[in-house]
Design a protein around this ligand. Structure first.
Ligand code: SF4
Length: 401
């Protein structure tokens, strides 16, 4: 498919909306009351610190709702106002946060079901309104919805669209896009749908494997098996790694994305004469500022003396998981939770250890004076963070039974 031509025709369609509908002021008030918190404001004003009783809270200096997420949620609210009687769908979670998604359900916004790992659009009918989430949707989904005669409200974050433009450029120059991301994350699925030839690498180790293959060759079958789910159809490592361009899932660890970019640049410099670098390698500048700021703030926070970290965000939120990885790297006891309900009691917390299923930790809240570091992913409203902080204060203030 000529994805560029399709996007161009979609942009000019009257059934396609990429901006709000002029209800911003009302929506801003609603969002303020539903998602903001006076407690968080107070902590911000006190240099991101608050002490109550035995508990000192140290809040990361950048955390929570990013610009792109706030914009997407506001557009979803506006859509409900603008189409009060139409059936409204979201092709997936609008963002990776359970409380926001629950709020949309209460507003009678439907979520397309997922059957055997695939989104099922069979119920979506002509005239329905369909909201595409902040991390985007694949070009095939957009085409299906457009062909079906739906009204599309596209909340894709402009930072994500910027990555799509990057892979379009790769395609035009016949470069293979090497995407640093998770092959099954919605954003990367969408990005790869705009790419021509592509290869998705999860981390530096996989990138190193590919770089070694470029320099020294290797076992082609092993390569294809290893990246079975992470390459474009018909990908051939012997043919398709001569010209490469870098792209990224915007929520990956920024430092790792940069290292991967450098690794491939050096690889191509070793493989080809320096004056031919541009023919073999295209750099990128699509690391999202919000992801970068939250990770930098986390790196600052973990240098302090903390008794524990609470990392708040949806369990399928990539950027939240990366914040948790930083806490683990710094060997700080940390709990990734998505809502205050996960704090069962002073002695029990239900949390998600990295790459594992939910589990209960006992005696998680130390006795005596404690310093608790707090951060949250880009999809988490302040209100959720405030509820968790209040709960910690309350549990520590209570006399143990
Ligand atoms: S994390 Fe960045 S790319 Fe993702 S929605 Fe937020 S601003 Fe956009």
């Amino acid at each position: 498919m000529d994805t560029k031509a399709f996007k161009r025709s979609l942009n000019s369609s009257e059934n396609y909306h990429r901006k709000g509908f002029g209800h911003d002021a009302e929506v801003a008030d609603t969002m303020q009351s539903e998602y903001q918190s006076n407690l968080i404001q107070e902590i911000r004003e006190q240099a991101y610190t608050l002490k109550r009783g035995d508990v000192t809270i140290r809040l990361a200096q950048a955390f929570g709702f990013c610009w792109g997420v706030e914009r997407a949620v506001a557009m979803a609210y506006e859509t409900r106002q603008h189409f009060p009687t139409e059936r409204i769908w979201i092709t997936n979670e609008i963002i990776h946060n359970p409380s926001v998604n629950q709020r949309l359900r209460e507003m009678n916004v439907l979520f397309t079901p997922v059957v055997a790992g695939q989104k099922d659009f069979s119920e979506v009918a002509k005239g329905d309104v369909v909201i595409l989430p902040a991390f985007g949707a694949s070009v095939q989904e957009m085409q299906l919805l457009n062909d079906r005669g739906c009204t599309i409200v596209d909340t894709t974050c402009p930072w994500v669209s910027k990555v799509w433009n990057t892979v379009e450029k790769h395609k035009k120059g016949d470069y293979t896009s090497i995407i640093h991301g998770k092959y099954n994350h919605e954003e990367t699925v969408a990005t790869s749908s705009f790419a021509g030839k592509y290869l998705i690498v999860l981390n530096l180790a996989e990138a190193q494997y590919v770089a070694d293959y470029i320099l020294n060759g290797g076992d082609r079958e092993e390569f294809l098996t290893k990246f079975k789910k992470a390459t474009s159809a018909g990908f051939d490592p012997d043919r398709d790694l001569v010209q490469i361009g870098i792209a990224n899932q915007t929520t990956m660890l920024k430092g790792e994305t940069e290292q991967i970019g450098k690794l491939f640049e050096h690889t191509m410099l070793k493989k080809y004469p320096p004056n031919e670098l541009n023919q073999h390698f295209l750099s990128f500048n699509t690391i999202c500022d919000a992801t970068q700021e939250r990770q930098d703030a986390m790196f600052d926070l973990v240098k302090e003396k903390l008794d524990m970290m609470i990392v708040i965000g949806g369990y399928n939120s990539s950027n939240t998981t990366h914040l948790q990885e930083i806490a683990i790297d710094y060997k700080i006891p940390s709990y990734h939770i998505d809502s205050v309900e996960r704090i069962v009691s002073r002695d029990r917390i239900e949390h998600k250890p990295l790459h594992k299923d939910l589990e209960i930790a006992e005696h998680w809240l130390p006795e005596g004076e404690i310093v608790v570091g707090i951060t949250s992913g880009a999809s988490t409203p302040d209100k959720v963070v405030a509820d968790i902080i209040e709960r910690i204060f309350e549990l520590k203030a209570a006399v143990p039974a």
